[in-house]
Design a protein around this ligand. Structure first.
Ligand code: ATR
Length: 289
């Protein structure tokens, strides 16, 4: 029941119509017994500063930030948490003083999702596909969590080289190895954790994978696709066909939300509450297939 004490949280982005975040946060609010609602706010690029200022004036309790504003929002913040500043992207804002402090729960959320599936990064050999916004958080996470090496493959080699250079410099070791996607055969023999961070395979492009050659998938013991629409991508199917374990990105989405909710409320969300939320998300997704 919305009343005079209801706290408002929300999401700014453009577009925001297809977001699952209201399902996450309104479910968590109900399950944790909080008087809080979460709503999407479509915000155009030229109004990001106005939106942040207005949100604080309206005492908005917390905001998520999505595409295309994750970097553009930074100049309008009071402060930015260390890892978010390192990545140069924020997705969660928490009130601080007269403004907001920025966090990146895409990074911590992916870490928690991998933990929950029993996938480790420490001393792991990783193949990361993509060098765009989604792959960026994954690249920093791998480096920060101590992956021994990360083959960073991208269609446009230059973007892989730039991201690899940035990450290596930020963590102070040469763990990122950039490569053109078409040069995947140069990856040394071995068994790798592969993280799929390109847009290839995203609905409605469900019959494609960034690499189609089945020999590539023999390198993979675990394939983690950051895509969750469809729930089983071609990359996941090829990984499984070659004998590996495959996961989609829905748990990353869940835990980036859980981490944001925890930042806004100052209290931990239990695993049981998170799983109730996860089931709701899956139900919602099954509705659009
Ligand atoms: P996102 O925020 O989803 O990461 P993005 O920043 O636009 O979106 O990045 C899209 C990623 O998908 C990039 O790594 C892109 O490769 P390029 O840097 O070469 O553009 C990758 N990508 C998109 N379409 C692709 C395709 N058909 N084949 C291979 N990679 C593709």
């Amino acid at each position: 029941m919305i009343d005079g004490k209801t706290a408002v949280c929300g999401l700014i982005g453009d577009p925001v119509e297809h977001t699952l975040s209201p399902v996450i946060h309104n479910t968590l609010a109900r399950e944790t017994g909080r008087n809080l609602v979460y709503v999407p706010f479509p915000v155009k690029a030229e109004r990001v500063g106005d939106a942040i200022k207005g949100a604080r004036a309206l005492s908005i309790r917390g905001l998520n930030v999505t595409v295309p504003h994750k970097s553009a929002v930074i100049p309008f913040l009071n402060s930015v948490e260390k890892e978010a500043a390192m990545i140069g992207a924020v997705n969660t804002l928490v009130p601080e003083g007269e403004g907001y402090r920025g966090y990146n729960t895409d990074l911590t959320g992916l870490g928690r999702a991998l933990d929950s599936e029993g996938v480790k990064l420490k001393d792991e050999r990783v193949i990361l596909l993509g060098a765009g916004g989604a792959a960026r958080a994954a690249a920093f996470l791998c480096a920060l969590r101590g992956a021994s090496e990360v083959w960073l493959l991208n269609r446009t080699l230059q973007k892989a080289q730039e991201l690899a250079g940035e990450v290596n410099c930020a963590v102070g070791r040469e763990c990122m190895k950039p490569l053109a996607l078409s040069d995947w055969e140069r990856i040394p023999e071995g068994r790798y954790l592969a993280i799929q961070g390109t847009k290839v395979g995203l609905a409605p492009d469900t019959e494609n994978a960034p690499i189609e050659d089945e020999r590539f998938y023999r390198l993979i013991h675990t394939g983690y696709d950051l895509i969750y629409r469809p729930v089983c991508t071609k990359f996941m199917r090829l990984t499984e066909a070659a004998g590996g374990n495959a996961f989609n990105g829905l748990k990353m989405l869940l835990y980036q939300g859980v981490e944001a909710f925890e930042l806004w409320t100052g209290e931990p969300v239990s695993e049981e509450q998170a799983m109730i939320c996860y089931e709701r998300m899956k139900k919602e997704l099954s509705g659009d297939e």
